[in-house]
Design a protein around this ligand. Structure first.
Ligand SMILES: [Zn+2]
Ligand SMILES: [Zn+2]
Length: 337
């Protein structure tokens, strides 16, 4: 499994000479896996990074090119790229949109809202006819299953667990497939102010690799049991670390975003193997990210290593994360999970 970053910026897109390395596209990540049906591009969110992602794959048109979009939530920085990405308007490229329901809005209602005068010149009907929408209510008791031939399905967690314990095959598109050939996607609630926000956990069964994406998450509530399970033993956790500790304490507490210290603590408690920092603040230029945000994460790791009380309280015998295992996510970079 690989993860490609199309947009790692938070809140609003930027472009300036001091932010070349990290880039300025808002949230859009791609999950690349052998478990996906051929031609299917699996994206998390469609911030402005979805525009270059859309251009990039146009050459694959006619080879089954299709987009599956998983939405964490519907703040502008996570949806707006959909309005100007080429695949949105190309009839031959089908799209499936999955996401939570928030204030009565699922993916369909969101598209109908943003593709409308006076906000946008093209009416939603022009694009929705080729889109399939899946609003995932109760996402904590559902699970998504993906198979290279069977495609995507959302199953009830109990139903899934029963099939699993009985060693039965998974029914997808009226056929049955071995779970050992699937990727499963678990969902949990991130702590993002008043928004309903999903964190996605991708478990590639054939390789055993696990990737967790948790942007737009604030760590004030500590590490909940649910999130601890959700993050546990991930090979890669990409997580929101928008604010340095001082800014967080002085200005942005309660804004629904994380800090390097908070995310490292969560990663250590959950035995995560690597941490990618994302949702960079629009005001954080490259040198700030590299000389302040990342060093704060490394310093947090150092503090936690020498804090015996923390290790005892959280049952952490051995901290497996090294300084090199924590990094900044940059636009257009690709990471092996
Ligand atoms: Zn955001
Ligand atoms: Zn948000």
């Amino acid at each position: 499994m690989k993860v490609k970053v199309w947009g790692a910026r938070g809140s609003i897109s930027i472009s300036n000479a001091n932010s070349i390395r990290a880039g300025g596209n808002t949230t859009c990540y791609e999950v690349i896996s052998e478990c996906l049906p051929p031609g299917t591009k699996l994206m998390i969110d469609s911030g402005t990074g979805f525009v270059p992602a859309g251009w990039h794959y146009l050459s694959e048109m006619g080879q089954g090119l299709k987009y599956v979009l998983l939405y964490t939530h519907y703040h502008w920085d996570h949806v707006l790229g959909l309005t100007l990405a080429p695949p949105t308007f190309i009839d031959q490229i089908p799209m499936e949109l999955y996401g939570p329901r928030d204030e009565g809005y699922g993916p369909k209602e969101v598209v109908q809202y943003i593709f409308k005068r006076p906000f946008f010149p093209v009416d939603a009907k022009r694009v929705t006819y080729k889109m399939k929408f899946h609003t995932i209510d109760d996402f904590d008791v559902h699970i998504m299953v993906v198979h290279p031939k069977g495609g995507f399905a959302v199953l009830n967690l109990d139903q899934f667990n029963m099939l699993l314990s009985a060693k039965k095959q998974i029914p997808l598109r009226r056929k049955k497939y071995d779970i050992s050939e699937c990727m499963i996607i678990r969902m949990a609630k991130a702590n993002h102010g008043n928004a309903t926000c999903i964190s996605y956990r991708f478990e590639e069964i054939p390789t055993g690799k696990v990737f967790v994406f948790c942007s737009d998450h604030e760590d004030t509530v500590g590490v909940s049991l649910e999130l601890r399970r959700h993050f546990s033993n991930a090979d890669l956790l990409v997580i929101d670390a928008q604010y340095d500790q001082q800014k967080y304490i002085n200005q942005t507490t309660g804004f629904g975003h994380g800090t390097p210290y908070g995310v490292v603590k969560q990663g250590v408690v959950c035995h995560v193997k690597r941490i990618g920092l994302t949702h960079h603040d629009p005001g954080s230029v490259d040198t700030f990210l590299e000389n302040k945000i990342l060093p704060e994460a490394v310093e947090a790791l150092k503090q936690l290593r020498s804090n015996e009380k923390f290790r005892h309280d959280y049952h952490v015998d051995d901290i497996i994360l090294t300084d090199q295992d924590v990094f900044l996510c940059y636009d257009y970079a690709e990471y092996e999970v």
